[in-house]
Design a protein around this ligand. Structure first.
Ligand code: FPP
Length: 238
């Protein structure tokens, strides 16, 4: 039987700026509205029993944005993690991060570590925030570290390579959603997303609510995931 519900949904949250511009608001207000959409997504997925949700909050390329926007975003992440912690614990949600931690502001790293350790025992769902993340760099640094560890070339299996990545315990995403009508992966989960179903929505991230999520899940449920096999093999459960 094909799985009709994804176990892991990953989201490229795009369109906060355009959402704000369309309303004559600042980009910051767009990001604030984006946070509300994250809260809604987490609540809905938790209710539906989806065990893994990953959101792309800040890419390594995002450092190129104006300094004021970058520092606003980091303040926002800091506040979100602090404010959300009691609620995550109440809902038994583990908070995890993936990305290059070393060049993040100290205060952000501190609160990330606190949230990760406090929620480490939560088992109903895992929310992973991709922060300062870039897929190519993740692969490259995993290879570099494996080489530095002296892993022989013929021992560098898929599993071994993954063990050097940011979140080896995280299952591959079944479904990757991108909002705002852009049709790109933008360096997100390049290795892990090899067989992910892709869903693109024209809706801007702050407007992506329960109805849009249901639409994405309906689309996912209607697809046949072949993983390289034929239809006949899939039907016979091979
Ligand atoms: C994309 O919109 C959004 C971002 C780069 C930042 C994502 C951040 C949030 C949704 C805020 C909260 C997240 C967490 C986890 C607390 P954009 O600025 O690229 O929009 P645009 O393409 O319309 O300009």
């Amino acid at each position: 039987m094909a799985e009709t519900m994804p176990k892991h949904i990953a989201v490229i949250m795009d369109g906060n700026g355009r959402w704000a511009a369309a309303r004559g608001l600042s980009r910051s207000q767009g990001h604030l509205a984006g946070v509300e959409a994250v809260r809604t997504l987490v609540r809905e997925c938790r209710t539906m029993g989806i065990p893994y949700v990953t959101v792309y909050a800040f890419s390594r390329e995002n450092w190129q944005r104006p300094k004021t926007e970058v520092s606003f975003l980091f303040d926002l992440f800091l506040r979100f993690i602090r404010e959300e912690l009691p609620e995550l614990l109440r809902q038994d949600i583990r908070l995890a991060f993936m990305g290059e931690k070393s060049d993040l502001p100290f205060a952000v790293r501190q609160v990330m570590q606190l949230a990760e350790s406090k929620t480490a025992g939560c088992a109903s769902m895992t929310l992973t925030i991709a922060l300062n993340y870039a897929g190519r760099e993740e692969i490259l640094s995993a290879v570099r570290r494996a080489v530095a560890d002296g892993v022989p070339a013929d021992s560098l299996t898929d599993e071994r390579l993954r063990s050097y990545m940011y979140a080896p315990w995280l299952p591959d995403p079944d479904l990757i959603i991108r909002t705002s009508g852009e049709l790109r992966l933008s360096n997100f989960l390049l290795y892990q997303g090899a067989y992910s179903e892709l869903y693109f929505s024209d809706v801007l991230w702050p407007d992506f609510g329960p109805a849009e999520l249901q639409e994405a899940l309906r689309s996912y449920a209607s697809r046949t995931r072949r993983f390289g096999k034929t239809d006949a093999q899939i039907q016979s459960g091979e």
